[in-house]
Unconditional design. Structure first.
Lengths: 329, 248, 288
């Protein structure tokens, strides 16, 4: 069941009929098994890729909380991602703060920025897009120009491997499992939020904001909460990212990062929990594959953006649905 | 001695140079069925907007159950007990009928802030929502997506939404606009069945229906009240005829 | 004091450039409700083509015209073949135009390389003018500012004094009404988007002379243009003018006084303005 906007951008609704549930359960178990066994099956490079997919999938999920559920097209989630990454990196590298504290403070910093930027929810439509775009740029620009603090172009490098309560997470495979656990836990929480009355409220605001006022809701309050929650999710992704990457630079807050996260959500299926991760797998997989033999990788990405809008606004699931319908007829 | 549920004094709403609502004053008693009639552009919907909080009156005062609500934001008025339908349907097409009513039920409760439990989990809320849908005749359409419902069914949903929390005052803005004669009949028996614990204030174009339902009638013309009386009084009034049918 | 005047002159020259780019963006949105993130890419292409023509012919005028036309051509093709398909859905518009910008940027990188390139100056335009008070300023910059201001003036005249301009203003205010009066709204759309793309390419050549052309310039300049449009108000040409002046000057002063926080100096006030007056200084309420 999908909902359509004017150009056919579709978002799946949450309720699923019973018969389909068994299929989903089986697929779910298969997915869990695959993810658990991944390092053993796929090898080092693919494990590293999968870690990235989980991290950027989480960033995309944070964007989709706003897009798919609250109907807000935001362009500053990468700002929270970046601030969390920078905070953690600076604390670890320059002040030798332990992982546990550095990570928590990183998440706090990103979420805190969300509390401030969240004022953007007082605007709507194209203004909201432009405000968040501009706010995202502030962080990017500060990252570039305030070089004495942020390291400018090169950013903060040589971030040490994380050690969690004495347990070193240096080994890439170990780190993969750590990221998998964190992302799974966060995704579970996300699932509960979107199925809760709060989640339903967000969708009500997305579909009929004017009406929500007369039903007793004050939409701005709910949107603000969603925005801060989104910032929190992006911040977690940012911290996971900086320990994976071992450095952070202003590119992490770039428009590119913001827009790609949105594309991942749409491609994989906006409004669902797995969608952003599927989208991340597609985009990152494509990037890795294409850039190995073709230097015009960005051109390919540009074509993907255009193709998605014109032919697959409902994402992969929309395409699959259309294929199924065509096979039936 | 019936208490006054709604009291308007000198309510005025202008947009630029246009006086949509011009010095309107009247009282509505508890349990009353009050119908507001008047030709197009008379200011009926603007008046409703002032009462429900969609707009704020330029001057004047509105008191609801003893509480001044003139400048109160829309959502707070709903919390006080005012329910409203809209002339142009504005329900969530992408959600099911049940989900729409659940939203309405949650709207006045702190539970809307629950981040953790499924919105289907609370049986009490589910039952309340289902009840209202059954009341308006949508018992077989609970889980249908609203975009699949007919226009008439959507108007029924509108009524369910407005009634979700047993409001003290129900504002019905042309609830039957665009319905076929048979649908209108059905709709009106629904409205007739609304209990007297709910005070009804309704805008209606169809004179016969309006006069058949009403205890009292308020006639608006160019934003002003030209008559406030019983159905019979309105029926025979010269001025009302003039306003509707022009001078003979 | 000298530095202040110098920075003010720098700011003004940058403002002229920004106005030319931002005016196209704001009119495109105001009339057609299209958010075109590829606007910076039109600037980039115009800059590179102008560069090539300048190297070939040595003529600044030829370079400006060529750059403008290149921008216009790319803009027209993008619009007709792709951007139309996004309709009025801003999300779709952003994604498609970002995609177009990626393609143009990447292909430009491949074609012209990664080095920053400056427009070669004709011999008689190199050198400086000395102002009373001992301030020296490059002749070329003054010329470019003058060109920028002149074109801005022409645009202003078109907008305020011609029938086409009146139709555009009416269309920004109320699209349906304009169609109803018998004006061919589709042709108006094409005219405005072509003009916007021409101005973008044209300003790309100017930028190539002021600031050099380089990969990534399309995003840097787009940001500034967006700030101009946000501050000035979507759909308003007056707003673009005032906004460009504000942004140009703030950027110059910011980079002079607090270089590390210059972005903050620029975006901070803008963000605050937005939170309290989302429609900017001159924008109207009905833009969403």
């Amino acid at each position: 069941m999908n909902t359509r906007s004017e150009t056919g951008m579709e978002t799946p609704t949450i309720a699923q009929p019973g018969a389909l549930r068994l299929g989903y359960a089986v697929a779910g178990i298969a997915l869990v098994v695959l993810l658990m066994a991944w390092p053993a099956i796929a090898g080092k490079f693919a494990t590293s890729l999968m870690t990235q997919i989980l991290i950027f999938g989480l960033l995309s999920l944070s964007a989709d909380l706003l897009l798919g559920h609250a109907g807000l097209f935001s362009l500053c989630h990468a700002a929270f991602f970046s601030v969390a990454a920078y905070t953690t990196a600076i604390l670890q590298v320059r002040y030798s703060v332990a992982t546990e504290a550095a990570a928590c403070l990183g998440i706090l910093a990103g979420t805190g920025l969300g509390l401030i930027f969240g004022l953007a929810v007082r605007t709507r439509g194209v203004y909201f897009i432009l405000v968040t775009l501009a706010l995202g740029y502030i962080v990017w620009g500060v990252g570039y120009r305030w070089s004495s603090f942020t390291g400018g172009d090169s950013g903060v490098t040589n971030v040490p491997s994380p050690t969690l309560f004495g347990f070193p997470l240096e080994d890439p495979t170990t780190y993969y499992y750590f990221v998998l656990c964190v992302v799974a836990a966060v995704a579970y929480g996300y699932g509960r939020v979107v199925r809760s009355p709060f989640g339903l409220t967000l969708r009500g605001i997305k579909y009929a904001e004017r009406r929500m006022h007369s039903l007793g809701f004050h939409p701005v309050k709910h949107l603000y909460c969603a925005f801060v929650l989104s910032a929190f999710l992006a911040s977690v992704a940012g911290v996971l990212y900086v320990y994976f990457n071992k450095f952070v630079n202003p590119v992490s807050a770039s428009l590119h990062n913001n827009v790609e996260a949105i594309l991942m959500a749409i491609l994989g299926g906006s409004g669902s929990i797995l969608g952003p991760f599927v989208g991340a797998a597609f985009v990152l997989g494509l990037r890795n594959w294409v850039s190995s033999f073709f230097e015009l990788y960005l051109t390919v990405m540009g074509i993907v953006f255009i193709a998605v809008v014109i032919w697959a606004p409902g994402g992969v699931s929309g395409l699959v649905q259309r294929l199924i319908n065509r096979l039936r007829s | 001695m019936s208490e006054t549920v709604l009291s308007l004094r000198g309510v005025h709403k202008s947009f630029g140079g246009i006086h949509a609502v011009d010095n309107v004053s009247f009282d509505v008693k508890a349990g009353e069925r009050r119908v507001v009639i008047g030709p197009n552009g008379a200011g009926k919907t603007s008046l409703f907007h002032c009462i429900s909080g969609t707009h704020t009156p330029t001057t004047g005062s509105i008191v609801f159950c003893g509480e001044p609500i003139t400048h109160m934001p829309e959502h707070k008025r709903t919390l006080l007990g005012i329910g409203r339908t809209f002339q142009i349907s504005s329900v969530c097409l992408e959600l099911s009928a049940l989900e729409n009513v659940l939203l309405a039920v949650l709207g006045v409760r702190a539970q809307k802030w629950d981040f953790w439990n499924s919105f289907h989990a609370d049986q009490g809320l589910q039952r309340q929502a289902e009840e209202k849908l059954v009341m308006v005749g949508l018992s077989t359409k609970l889980n249908r997506q609203v975009s699949d419902l007919s226009y008439g069914e959507r108007r029924q949903l509108e009524l369910a939404l407005a009634l979700s929390n047993d409001p003290q005052l129900l504002l019905l803005d042309e609830p039957c606009a665009g319905l076929s004669p048979a649908e209108r009949q059905r709709f009106f028996s629904l409205v007739k069945n609304v209990p007297r614990s709910v005070t009804l204030l309704m805008i209606e174009h169809d004179m016969d229906v309006a006069l058949g339902l009403a205890d009292r009638v308020t006639v608006l013309h160019r934003g002003q009240v030209i008559l406030d009386g019983t159905a019979d009084e309105v029926r025979v009034n010269e001025k009302v005829r003039e306003v509707y049918f022009g001078r003979v | 004091m000298d530095s202040f005047i110098l920075q003010t002159l720098n700011g003004i020259s940058y403002s002229a450039l920004l106005f030319l780019l931002a005016s196209g963006f704001t009119l495109t949105f105001g009339l057609m409700r299209v958010v075109n993130m590829a606007h910076g890419a039109y600037y980039l292409v115009g800059g590179y083509i102008g560069l090539m023509i300048a190297k070939l012919t040595g003529s600044l005028v030829a370079a400006l015209i060529a750059g403008g036309c290149a921008g216009m051509l790319i803009g027209f093709l993008s619009d007709q073949m792709l951007i139309r398909r996004a309709g009025s859905d801003h999300l779709a518009q952003v994604l498609i135009t970002v995609g177009i910008a990626y393609i143009i940027g990447d292909l430009s990188l491949k074609t012209w390389g990664g080095d920053a390139q400056k427009l070669p100056l004709p011999m008689d335009l190199r050198g400086v003018i000395e102002f009373p008070g001992g301030i020296v300023y490059p002749i070329f910059r003054i010329l470019l500012t003058t060109i920028g201001v002149a074109v801005a003036g022409l645009l202003w005249l078109l907008y305020k004094r011609t029938f086409v301009g009146a139709a555009i203003r009416a269309g920004v205010d109320n699209r349906e009404m304009v169609s109803a009066t018998g004006i061919n709204i589709d042709r108006l759309f094409i005219l405005v988007s072509a003009l916007a793309a021409f101005l973008a390419g044209f300003s790309g050549v100017l930028g190539g002379a002021f600031l050099t052309v380089y990969p990534g310039a399309e995003w840097e300049i787009l940001v500034f243009a967006l700030v101009v449009v946000i501050v000035g108000g979507l759909g308003s040409l007056e707003g673009a003018m005032v906004g460009a002046l504000v942004v140009g000057l703030l950027d110059a002063y910011g980079r002079w006084l607090v270089p590390e926080l210059s972005y903050f100096v620029l975006f901070g006030p803008m963000a605050i303005l937005l939170l309290f007056r989302p429609r900017g200084l001159f924008g109207s309420e009905n833009m969403t």
